[in-house]
Design a protein around this ligand. Sequence first.
Ligand code: AMP
Ligand code: ZN
Length: 117
Amino acid sequence: MTDASSNCLFCRILRGEIPAKKVYEDDHVFAFEDINPKAPTHVLVIPKKHFAGLKEAQADDADVIGRCHLAAAEIARQRNIEQGYRTVINVGPGAGQSVFHLHVHLLGGREMKWPAG
Ligand code: AMP
Ligand code: ZN
């Protein structure tokens, strides 16, 4: 395999090559606990299809980007953090993106300050 997914950390998690604490899975998306949580709930929701991030997304990725957010909303519902949570996509290194497979952070379970910084 020589495509972008071969060395992608999150594709490796999807293939089971690197362990992760699975939170949710369906045909299109996968969710797992962030290894370095920044809140009592910090879950990453990723498309099963590899693409680098929001900048690189194409029109036909719209469905799965929406599905990632809807999965985050369902996880938040299950964890009773609906009083206030945040879904975040960091776009580009200047915004803190460090893994170049699109992911939605679900953060909650504590007071969420604004602006995020
Ligand atoms: P970002 O900085 O927006 O690209 O987010 C990447 C996230 O992936 C960070 O919050 C990391 O803590 C998280 N992360 C990195 N490696 C792993 C891993 N092996 N398992 C789970 N989360 C990870
Ligand atoms: Zn990937």
